[in-house]
Design a protein around this ligand. Structure first.
Ligand code: ADP
Ligand code: ZN
Length: 603
C-alpha cells in the first residue's frame, strides 16, 4: 500500500513527495482509521481524503458547506482524471438522478455533497445501497457555534458514525484554536480518532508591518512588488473601499471594489473576475474572502488594523495557498487604534465581553509595535513556539533598534499630564517639540515645563512612541471622539521612575526609503531570466485562453508554480515535461503537446 499511495501521488496529482503529515494521514485513513486533521490554509488538506478515496474501494462522500466551491473542486479533480462529481441544489432533477445512478453503479471516486442534502432520509437510504469508501467532513469547525461559520446541520453528522460504524471518517479544518478542536472532536464523536495537528506556520508568507504615512504610496509599493498578480486589499469601511479602488484604477491597476453595500450581481461579477482572471486586485471589507479558495493570491494588504490577531491570521492566510512566495502587509496608525478602542468602549456589550475585546486589541497593537520576529509573535499568540527568528518578516529582514525608552516615555507622559489630558497626540507632540504654532500659544502651552523637551526626536518618531505607550496601556484614548489622551492606570511607576521601559525606535525617515527599495528586490519570487520570463508569460497567456474556453479558473489547469518551473527548465519533450512538479498523467496527456508548442514558439 505505501508504494501505491506514493505512485498515485506522483501519477495522478503530479507531486513528487508528500508534505508534512499528509503521508501519515493518508495511510491512517486508507487503512480504515478515523482522523481529525488540523492544518493551516494551503497545507494540503484535500489530498488527505482524495488519495485514500482512490486507494479504498467505493465512493468517498465529501461533506462540504460551500456549494460555490464544489464546482471548482470537482473541475480540478476531473482535470486530473479523477471521477469526481457533486450533488447540490443547483442541479436539475435529471442531473441529480444521473449522479445517483452513477453512485450505485460504483462509477464515482469522490462525491461532494452539502450537509443538508446528505442528511435527507432519501439520500441516507441511497447511501445504504452504495459502497462507501470513507466520509470526509471538510470545514469541520462549522460544527462550532462559537465560530462565525456555524452550520447547525453539522451537528447531525454524528448519524454517519452511528449508521456506518465501519466506514472511516476524516474531519478537516484550518481553525487553530484548542477549544474549537475539542468541540469538533466532541460534536462529531471523533474523540477516539487520531488527531493530526500541524504547525500553523505559513512559511511562504512574508509578514510586513509598517506605520502608515498616509496616502497611497505604501500600498502602491506593495502592489508593485507583485506586478500583474492577484491580491486582496482590506479596508475598514465601504467608503474607503470605494475610494481606494478608484485611486488604484486611476493608477492603471485592475482593482475592483467588494463590500456588502454593492448589489448581489455586482459582487458576484467582481468575485468571478477575481477568481478567474489573472492580476485582479480586490479592494474589500472583511466581508470578502470567506470560502475563497483561490490558490495564487500573491498579497493581502491591510490598510487598516484588522479586528484581532485571529482575524489577521485568517485574512492574511488567504495569500499563497499554493505555497509560492507571498506577502502579508499591514499598515497601522494611531488613528486606527483609537477608533477601535472607541468602538469597544461605546458598544453595549457586557463588561466581560469588552474586557476580552480590549485584550485582543492590545495583543494586536503589541504585535504591530513589537521589534521581535513577526512569525514568532504570531504563532506564540496561538500557543505555538517557533524555534528561531524566521528571516522572512520585516523585523528579521531589517531589524529595528529597541532602546531604553524610560526617559522618552516620561517626557511624553508628563506632557500629556501638563496639558490637561485633553489633547490628541498631534498637539502634545507639538508641545514636546517646541512648536511655535497658534494652538500652542492659544492654550499657553509654550509656558509649560515640558515645552520643547522633546526636540531630539522628529514628529514621526514621536508618533511611534505614542502608539507604543497606547499599546502598552500607559496611555488611554478618551471617548470624546477626538482621540484625546489621558494617563493609563499603569503609568504611575514609569512617571515616578520606578520601572524601565524599552521602546522600538523608528529609524530616521531616509533610511526607511533605502531599506524599502532593497526589500523590493528581495521579495520578487524566484527571479526568472528574461528568456524564461518570456516563456512564463506565453504560458500564462495560453493558460488564460484554455481556461476561458473550458469555463474553468486558470489555476485549475496549472498553478503559477508549475508554469514557472516549465518556463525555467523549458523541457524539450513529453518525458522531460512529465518530470515537472504539478504535471500528472492526465494533464500530461491533455496539455502536453500544447505546452511544448507554446514553448517552441516562444523561444
Ligand atoms: P488546503 O485545503 O489545506 O488549504 P489544498 O488541499 O488546497 O490546501 O492544497 C494547497 C495547495 O498545495 C494545492 O495547490 C495543492 O495542489 C498543493 N499540494 C498539496 N499537497 C502537495 C504536495 N504533496 N506536494 C506539492 N503540492 C501539494
Ligand atoms: Zn521573522
Amino acid at each position: 500500500m505505501p508504494d501505491s499511495a506514493l505512485s498515485l501521488l506522483r501519477d495522478v496529482f503530479g507531486h513528487a513527495a508528500f508534505r508534512g503529515e499528509q503521508e501519515a494521514i493518508v495511510h491512517h485513513v486508507a487503512d480504515g482509521g478515523d482522523a481529525l486533521v488540523l492544518m493551516p490554509t494551503g497545507g494540503g488538506k484535500s489530498l488527505c481524503y482524495q488519495l485514500p478515496a482512490l486507494l479504498r474501494e467505493g465512493t468517498a462522500i465529501v461533506v462540504s458547506p460551500l456549494i460555490a466551491l464544489m464546482q471548482d473542486q470537482v473541475d480540478a479533480l476531473r482535470q486530473l482524471g479523477v471521477r469526481a462529481t457533486f450533488l447540490n441544489s443547483t442541479q436539475s432533477a435529471q442531473e441529480a438522478a444521473d449522479v445517483e445512478q452513477a453512485l450505485l453503479a460504483g462509477d464515482i471516486d469522490l462525491l461532494y455533497v452539502a450537509p443538508e442534502r446528505l442528511l435527507t432520509p432519501r439520500f441516507l437510504s441511497l447511501l445504504d445501497r452504495a459502497r462507501i469508501a470513507l466520509f470526509a467532513i471538510d470545514e469541520a469547525h462549522c460544527v462550532s457555534q462559537w465560530g462565525h461559520d456555524f452550520r447547525p446541520e453539522y451537528r447531525q453528522l454524528t448519524v454517519l458514525h452511528e449508521r456506518w460504524p465501519a466506514v472511516p471518517r476524516i474531519a478537516l479544518t484550518a481553525t487553530a484554536d484548542a477549544p474549537t478542536q475539542r468541540e469538533i472532536a466532541e460534536r462529531l464523536q471523533l474523540e477516539d480518532a487520531r488527531h493530526f495537528v500541524s504547525s500553523f506556520d505559513r512559511p511562504n508568507i512574508r509578514y510586513m508591518v509598517e506605520a502608515k504615512d498616509g496616502g497611497l504610496r505604501q500600498l502602491m509599493d506593495v502592489i508593485a512588488r507583485h506586478r500583474g498578480a492577484s491580491g486582496i486589499v482590506y479596508c475598514m469601511s465601504r467608503r474607503k473601499v470605494e475610494a481606494t479602488a478608484e485611486s488604484l484604477r486611476e493608477h492603471g491597476i485592475d482593482a475592483l471594489p467588494y463590500h456588502a453595500g454593492l448589489d448581489a450581481e455586482t459582487r458576484a461579477e467582481h468575485q468571478r473576475r477575481f477568481l478567474r482572471e489573472d492580476g485582479v486586485v480586490m479592494v474589500a471589507t472583511i466581508a470578502f474572502g470567506m470560502g475563497i479558495d483561490k490558490p495564487d493570491v500573491r498579497f493581502v494588504a491591510h490598510t487598516d488594523l484588522p479586528k484581532s490577531m485571529e482575524g489577521y491570521y485568517q485574512e492574511t492566510g488567504r495569500a499563497g495557498r499554493d505555497g509560492e512566495p507571498s506577502e502579508a502587509w499591514l499598515g497601522f496608525g494611531m488613528g486606527d487604534a483609537v477608533l477601535l478602542q472607541r468602538m469597544i468602549e461605546s458598544s453595549d456589550a457586557s463588561d466581560e465581553r469588552k474586557r476580552v475585546e480590549r485584550r485582543k486589541l492590545d495583543a494586536l497593537l503589541g504585535y504591530c509595535e513589537s521589534t521581535a520576529c513577526r512569525r514568532q509573535s504570531l504563532l506564540a499568540y496561538f500557543g505555538e513556539q517557533y524555534p528561531q527568528p524566521c528571516g522572512n518578516c520585516d523585523n528579521c529582514l531589517s531589524p529595528t533598534a529597541s532602546i531604553d525608552g524610560t526617559e522618552i516615555a516620561r517626557k511624553a507622559l508628563s506632557c500629556v499630564y501638563r496639558t490637561g489630558q485633553r489633547f490628541g497626540a498631534g498637539h502634545v507632540i507639538d508641545v514636546l517639540r517646541g512648536s511655535d504654532n497658534a494652538r500652542v500659544h492659544q492654550f499657553g502651552h509654550h509656558a509649560l515645563s515640558t515645552y520643547g523637551i522633546g526636540r531630539d526626536l522628529d514628529a514621526r518618531q514621536w508618533r511611534s512612541v505614542f502608539r507604543q505607550l497606547l499599546a502598552a496601556g500607559l496611555l488611554e484614548s478618551d471617548l470624546d471622539g477626538y482621540g484625546s489622551l489621558r494617563l493609563g492606570a499603569s503609568s504611575g511607576p514609569v512617571l515616578r521612575g520606578e520601572t524601565t521601559l524599552s521602546l522600538r525606535m523608528e529609524p530616521p525617515r531616509k533610511a526607511v526609503r533605502r531599506e524599502r527599495s532593497n526589500r523590493t528586490d528581495a521579495s520578487i519570487p524566484a527571479a526568472l531570466t528574461d528568456e524564461a520570463q518570456r516563456r512564463f508569460e506565453a504560458l500564462r497567456a495560453w493558460r488564460g485562453d484554455s481556461a476561458r474556453s473550458q469555463n474553468i479558473p486558470a489555476y485549475v489547469i496549472f498553478h503559477d508554480a508549475t508554469l514557472r518551473e516549465i518556463a525555467l527548465h523549458a523541457p524539450a519533450d513529453i518525458n522531460a515535461l512529465a518530470g515537472i512538479n504539478g504535471v500528472g498523467a492526465a494533464k500530461l496527456e491533455r496539455y502536453g503537446e500544447a505546452l511544448l508548442e507554446v514553448l517552441s514558439s516562444s523561444n
